[in-house]
Design a protein around this ligand. Structure first.
Ligand SMILES: *[C@@H]1O[C@H](CO)[C@@H](O)[C@H](O)[C@H]1NC(C)=O
Ligand SMILES: *[C@@H]1O[C@H](CO)[C@@H](O)[C@H](O)[C@H]1NC(C)=O
Ligand SMILES: *[C@@H]1O[C@H](CO)[C@@H](O)[C@H](O)[C@H]1NC(C)=O
Ligand SMILES: *[C@@H]1O[C@H](CO)[C@@H](O)[C@H](O)[C@H]1NC(C)=O
Length: 358
C-alpha cells in the first residue's frame, strides 16, 4: 500500500525538479559619483578606522569645516557606510580610481562583487600607471545576481580604442536574477563639452537598444551625465546644457555613431522606437524622496549656484520594470565631512519576468 505521505513526498520531489517559475525581483539600485582620489595619501584602511572616534558619547568624531574636499582616506568609511545603510543590492559608481574601487570592495566585503575597467588602459589594476585612471564599475550582491558577461566601450568616434574617452566609458553587464536576465550599464559623460556628451549619449542609447532587442528584457542605466534635464543659465557653468539628456531620453535624435560599433551591435533600421526613461519622471509622486540636486560641490546648500540634477538612473522604454521609489541621498552628515561632491541617487525598481521586446 502506498501511504499518503509517500505520495506527498513524491509530489514534492517532482515539483522541486521542475524549472522554477521566474519571480519579480527588486533592484535596490544606486548611482554615485564618488569624486576621484585627488588628494592621494598612503593611509591604509586600518589607519582610517583607527582614526575614527565613533565611540565618543558627546561629540562627533571630528568637525570638518565643510567647505573643503577631504582626502579619500577620510571619506571612504562614511561613504561606504552610507552605501551599506541604504540597503542597496546593485550600483554604478563613477569617477573612481583603482584604489577607490578596491577600497569599496574591501569595505563592502565578500558578499559583493564588481566589474569594470579604467579609462587610460582598459585594465582594473592601473597597469599604465596613469594618475587619473578613472573607471565606472558596477557592484552587485552575489547572493542576488549572477554576472553572465560584461564589456566596456569608449565614448568617442573610435569606441573600441582604449583610452579614447570622455571622460569614462560604457560598462555593460548582463546579469541573471530571479526575474530572468537583465542588462545594467554604467556611464560618465564629459563635464566640459556638450558635443562629447552627445557622442556618449548616442553610443549608450544605441547599445541599450541592442540589449533590449536581443534580451527582450529590462535595461538599466546608472550614470553621471553632466547634462541636466533642462538647460541651466548659470554663468560659467560647464555642465548645464541638456543636449545629451535629450538624446538619451529620445527627445532629440542621436548623432551618427562609429560604423564598426553599429555593426558589432546591430540595431535594424526598422526597429521600434526605443529610448531611456528618467525614473524620476515615472516614480509614484509620494515615493520621490530626499534632495533635488545630485551635484553640490563640497559646499553647503545655498552657498553655490551650481546645485544641479545631473546623475540619473534610467530604464529602457521596452519595459519589464516598475519604479517603486526614487531618492537623492546625502553627501554630508553632522560632522561636516563631505563624502563626495555628488550625492548618491537611489531607486527601488521591480523587474518582472517575461519578454519585453521594444
Ligand atoms: C607614499 O609612500 C611612498 C613610499 O614611502 C612615497 O614615496 C610617496 O611619496 C608617498 N605618497 C604620498 C602621497 O604620501
Ligand atoms: C597608478 O600608478 C601610478 C604609479 O604607481 C601612481 O602614481 C598613480 O597614483 C596610480 N593611479 C591610480 C589611479 O591608482
Ligand atoms: C570606428 O571605430 C573603430 C574601433 O575603435 C576604429 O578603428 C575606426 O577607425 C572607427 N571609424 C571611424 C570612421 O572613425
Ligand atoms: C539647450 O542646450 C542645447 C545644447 O545642449 C541646445 O541645443 C538647445 O537649443 C538649448 N535649448 C534651449 C531651449 O535653449
Amino acid at each position: 500500500m502506498i501511504s499518503a505521505s509517500f505520495v506527498a513526498l513524491v509530489a514534492t520531489l517532482g515539483l522541486a525538479l521542475l524549472p522554477q517559475p521566474a519571480l519579480s525581483q527588486t533592484i535596490n539600485g544606486m548611482t554615485y559619483n564618488i569624486r576621484f582620489d585627488s588628494l592621494p595619501d598612503n593611509v591604509t584602511i586600518a589607519q582610517s578606522i583607527a582614526a575614527l572616534n565613533g565611540n565618543d558619547i558627546q561629540t562627533p568624531s571630528a568637525f570638518y569645516p565643510n567647505t573643503n574636499e577631504r582626502p579619500w582616506s577620510q571619506r571612504r568609511i562614511p561613504l561606504v557606510n552610507g552605501i551599506k545603510n541604504a540597503g542597496v543590492n546593485m550600483f554604478g559608481m563613477e569617477e573612481a580610481l583603482v584604489r577607490q574601487v578596491n577600497d569599496v570592495q574591501t569595505l563592502l566585503g565578500s558578499d559583493w562583487a564588481h566589474v569594470g575597467v579604467s579609462r587610460a588602459d582598459g585594465t582594473d589594476d592601473n597597469a599604465s600607471g596613469a594618475f587619473d585612471n578613472e573607471f565606472g564599475p558596477i557592484f552587485w550582491k552575489k547572493s542576488e545576481f549572477d554576472l553572465l558577461e560584461f564589456d566596456t566601450f569608449w565614448l568617442s568616434q573610435t569606441p573600441f580604442d582604449v583610452g579614447t574617452k570622455a571622460p569614462q566609458a560604457g560598462t555593460t553587464a548582463r546579469f541573471k536574477g530571479s526575474s530572468g536576465i537583465f542588462t545594467a550599464m554604467v556611464t560618465h559623460w564629459d563635464d566640459q563639452s556638450d558635443e562629447a556628451r552627445e557622442v556618449g549619449a548616442s553610443l549608450i542609447i544605441h547599445r541599450a537598444n541592442f540589449e533590449a532587442l536581443n534580451t527582450k528584457r529590462p535595461v538599466l542605466l546608472f550614470g553621471d551625465f553632466n547634462s541636466p534635464a533642462v538647460n541651466l543659465t548659470t554663468p560659467g557653468c560647464n555642465s548645464c546644457t541638456n543636449g545629451a539628456y535629450q538624446i538619451i531620453t529620445g527627445a532629440s535624435p542621436p548623432l551618427a555613431i562609429n560604423e564598426t560599433f553599429a555593426k558589432k551591435f546591430p540595431v535594424p533600421a526598422k526597429s521600434p522606437k526605443f529610448h531611456m526613461v528618467d525614473l524620476k519622471t515615472v516614480a509614484p509622486k509620494e515615493s520621490i524622496m530626499g534632495n533635488f540636486a545630485t551635484f553640490t560641490g563640497f559646499v553647503p546648500y545655498g552657498e553655490t549656484d551650481q546645485m544641479k540634477r545631473i546623475d540619473f538612473i534610467m530604464a529602457g522604454s521596452n519595459g519589464g520594470w516598475e519604479v517603486e521609489t526614487y531618492k537623492v541621498g546625502t553627501n554630508v552628515y553632522d560632522d561636516g565631512l563631505y563624502t563626495s561632491d555628488h550625492r548618491p541617487v537611489f531607486s527601488d525598481i521591480t523587474l518582472k519576468p517575461g519578454n519585453f521586446a521594444p
